[in-house]
Design a protein around this ligand. Structure first.
Ligand SMILES: Nc1ncnc2c1ncn2[C@@H]1O[C@H](COP(=O)(O)OP(=O)(O)OP(=O)(O)O)[C@@H](O)[C@H]1O
Ligand SMILES: O=C(O)C1=C[C@@H](O)[C@@H](O)[C@H](O)C1
Length: 171
């Protein structure tokens, strides 16, 4: 796999989990843009939002995109929920949207084992009504920017991973 695969989608849809499973099955590396930013800043995303604000975080996302374009190949890259807004997204690789309805995402997050700690890390998901508003604003934009769309509702992790590979022609 030479071209990167760029996983986008709303918070909690399963980008990180899917990226790890894909990387294992197809023996590629996977990285996550939130993790890259946290290690570069030596601060959690939540703290960056609190201390420096969202605009600063978005600049870090753009820097990360520029670095990926210059330096990363053949890698599965899972992205923060707002990362799709960077310029040159398509230069990074094949853009794959993991898609699901807001209610489905919320329901799975609420029933997941690590749900409380997951939600606590995501400042934009701290209020359900606000998160729904953000989802509604983004839904069309995600679909517009995606090269490939994979609906994840009711599918196993294995099915999702295989569908991504098939649609991106990875063997
Ligand atoms: N295919 C799946 N089957 C079962 N549970 C899953 C699957 N994908 C994700 N999950 C669970 O759903 C929750 C959210 O998944 P994950 O952290 O991968 O989402 P994310 O899109 O990376 O979120 P964020 O962008 O907020 O980091 C986790 O509790 C995870 O264990
Ligand atoms: O949807 C968003 O805008 C965000 C999602 C998270 O992955 C983090 O990147 C951050 O909390 C912002």
């Amino acid at each position: 796999m030479k071209k990167n695969i760029i996983l986008i989608g709303f918070m909690g849809v399963g980008k990180g989990t899917t990226a790890r499973a894909f990387a294992k099955k197809y023996e590629v590396y996977n990285i996550d843009t939130d993790d890259l930013i946290e290690s570069k800043e030596n601060k959690e995303v939540k703290k960056i939002f609190e201390k420096k604000g969202e605009a600063y975080f978005r600049k870090l996302e753009q820097k990360t995109a520029d670095w990926i374009i210059d330096s990363v190949q053949g890698t599965l890259i899972s992205c923060g929920g707002g990362f799709y807004k960077v310029k040159n997204l398509h230069k990074m690789g094949t853009v794959v949207l993991l898609d699901a309805s807001f209610d489905w995402i919320l329901n799975r997050l609420k029933t997941a084992k690590n749900s409380e700690s997951k939600l606590a890390k995501r400042p934009l998901f701290s209020q359900e009504a606000e998160a729904k508003k953000l989802y509604d604003e983004r839904e069309k934009a995600y679909k517009k920017v995606a090269d490939v769309i994979v609906n994840v509702e009711g599918k196993s992790l294995e099915e999702i991973v295989k569908e991504i590979a098939k649609k991106c022609r990875v063997q």
